[in-house]
Write a protein that binds this ligand. Structure first.
Ligand code: SF4
Length: 624
């Protein structure tokens, strides 16, 4: 018996209107586990090289993992993946909330969607039954309107909905998939892939929980989290201030992206901090399925911005991307920008970067008011930021070009605009300054999805002993020597290799990385859920396998060593603040990239060797 899973993968061909079910064997589940493992497996096996990311042949895959829907904190998550229209390489994003658990309880471990419907549709999955339903009346609705209409139509307010907004309908290359209105599978443009298939939403309702092998062991770990999270500084901080609680510390350290990464300190930081948010617009906290930490904000704002609390509120990445990185210290305007991103289905990180990029182009004279339709796009112009979010989602005016992402927009603008486009492989940078966290910078360069902070390391957690509880996760993997943030030595590369493989594993499980279970506890959890006599060693191999598969996918798509880089700006020193004079050494980064390849068993061109694929038990990857 397969514990912890449903043993079923749903396939929907939207061109044919056909639904089928695969029942893979246990070896498949144990080798690829779930989430990113499933997605990279199916994309390599089923998508031919060079297919258009926005074409009908692309696969859009929603994948749960063994932890999804289990009665323990961190289990409300799922992954969504496809070939990315932003990078033309491997794409996926993870998301929390309640949809993932409800989907798993509805009887499936993943859905693979192919083809394109002739007209807008949504999927309705209820306890194993699947219907393709008309969604013409839902097209062009905001996510809030669409959720209400579907729940009314199905006569059940408990139905959970993952959906695109108008940005996904318009195939904005960094549009996202929103579930439960305030949780976004944000990165790599999965909303555009869904929009290109004319798929507006997936509504799920499920009452059949996957059977656990050892429910007592899982419950005991769940109780341990409940009893201990308030005693742990990291989790307690998250529970109190959310991720926004990190903003002031990063500003003090000189690592808060400001004015399109030109500076690392923002004069208005205290106005957009977690503390400011808490004392002004915060009206509640929300969380994800079965999680007591509840790290998500809910905000309300009156005139002139009128922000609806149904969309949650801005977290750290959004406060920095729509705030400091655009030079904006108006918290209410940032909350409005966040609301619009949720209502229209835009990734706040890429949206903020695109606006900051346009602001720098405007200040440099590359864009003028003629190009912007009269908008004065100076850094700090809060109203212009809010208006640009609308224009990007609707592809209006200059929004049409910015909807393509900064890499493509820079080509259109020309005249040196590429110097202000902060991206890796076409994906815009998260709000972690790579000159401050240099291991993170290396991680940006080699990440399969372009610049990403979620399968990466945060150098600042590891600078002194004892490590913070968050960093102590890596201690059990053999990382126990502190290293400075501005370090790219082989020891730092090793930290990234282990840290990134660990994060890839969490993306396969699919488990929230904010929840403080140590690696040995996670191995206990997987044993309790699945009944497999597994070990931390076997699980780390799952993460490593996934790193190799996502890399192989990119190599096949032509995303190669040449795409492992950082934007030029990060080789130029800061001219003020605590990091005055600090930059990344280009030669040192190149050496660190070579060391990374060698450590993970890739050749000098960054291609996984056949021997490494054989060692990981995935030699079939070399054939496809
Ligand atoms: S820690 Fe936060 S993001 Fe993670 S599961 Fe709990 S509420 Fe969700």
């Amino acid at each position: 018996m397969l514990y912890g899973y449903n043993g079923k993968i749903l396939r929907v061909d939207l061109s044919q209107g056909v639904k089928t079910v695969d029942e893979p064997d246990e070896a498949f589940y144990r080798r690829y586990i779930g989430g990113r493992g499933f997605i990279s497996y199916f994309l390599l096996k089923e998508l031919a090289a060079g297919e258009d990311a926005l074409g009908p042949k692309n696969r859009l895959i929603f994948a749960a993992g063994p932890v999804t829907g289990a009665p323990i904190a961190g289990s409300g998550r799922n992954s969504v993946g496809a070939k990315s229209p932003l990078t033309n390489g491997y794409g996926d994003a993870e998301v929390g909330g309640y949809w993932g658990a409800e989907f798993k309880h509805a009887g499936y471990d993943a859905i693979i969607i192919e083809g394109k419907s002739e007209s807008p549709v949504y999927l309705w999955i209820e306890d194993g039954k699947v219907e393709i339903k008309d969604a013409k009346h839902l097209w062009s609705k905001t996510t809030g309107e669409c959720q209400k209409l579907i729940q009314e139509e199905l006569g059940d307010k408990g139905v959970r909905i993952a959906q695109i907004g108008v940005a996904g309908e318009n195939q904005v290359r960094y549009s996202c998939i929103v579930n439960d209105l305030s949780h976004a599978a944000g990165r790599t443009g999965m909303g555009a892939v869904m929009g290109a298939k004319n798929l507006k939403a997936i509504a799920v309702r499920g009452h059949q929980k996957a059977v656990l092998s050892d429910a007592k062991a899982v419950n005991s770990l769940a109780r341990w989290i409940r009893d201990n999270f308030k005693l742990d500084k990291f989790s307690a901080g998250l529970s109190k201030n959310g991720t926004a609680g990190a903003l002031m510390g990063l500003n003090r350290a000189g690592g808060l992206p400001t004015s399109n990464f030109r500076q690392g300190m923002f004069d208005g930081a205290d106005k957009i901090s977690g503390e400011a948010l808490k004392s002004s617009i915060l009206v509640g906290r929300r969380g994800c399925y079965a999680c007591p930490i509840r790290c998500k904000p809910e905000v309300a704002v009156g005139e002139p911005y009128n922000v609806d609390p149904i969309y949650g509120g801005p977290e750290y990445e959004t406060l920095a991307s729509l705030g400091s990185n655009c030079g904006i210290d108006n918290l209410e305007a940032i909350a409005k920008g966040n609301e619009l991103c949720s209502a229209y289905g835009l990734d706040t990180i890429s949206t903020g970067n695109s606006i900051a990029f346009a602001m720098e182009c405007f200040e440099q004279g590359i864009l003028t008011e003629k190009d912007t339709g009269g908008l004065k796009l100076n850094f700090g112009n809060a109203q212009a930021m809010v208006q640009l979010v609308e224009m990007i989602a609707k592809r209006e005016g200059i929004g049409e070009v910015l909807a393509e992402g900064v890499a493509r927009a820079a080509e259109v603008f020309g005249r040196g605009a590429e110097n202000f486009a902060m991206h890796v492989k076409g994906q815009e940078l998260p709000m972690h300054e790579p000159r401050f966290k240099q291991g993170m910078g290396l991680g940006y360069a080699i990440s399969p999805t372009g610049a990403d902070h979620c399968h990466n390391i945060h150098d600042s957690f590891y600078t002194r002993r004892p490590f913070s509880s968050r960093a102590a996760q890596l201690e059990t993997l053999g990382i126990f020597e502190p290293l400075p943030c501005q370090d790219l030595s082989p020891a730092k590369v090793r930290m990234l290799v282990y840290g990134s493989q660990w994060q890839h594993l969490l993306n396969c499980l699919v488990f929230c990385y904010f929840v403080q279970l140590s690696p040995p506890q996670i191995a206990d959890l997987i044993r309790g859920i699945t009944g497999w006599d597994t070990s931390l060693w076997e699980l780390m191999k799952v993460g490593e396998r996934c790193v190799a598969m996502t890399r192989a996918f990119n190599i096949r798509e032509g995303v190669t060593k040449d795409n492992d880089y950082l934007p030029r700006r990060f080789f130029v020193p800061f001219t003020s603040g605590p990091l005055n004079g600090v930059s990344i050494d280009k030669g040192e980064l190149a050496r660190a990239i070579d060391t990374y390849y060698a450590m993970v068993g890739w050749d000098k061109n960054g291609v996984p060797t056949l021997a490494k694929l054989q060692e990981l038990g995935i030699e079939w990857v070399a054939r496809v």
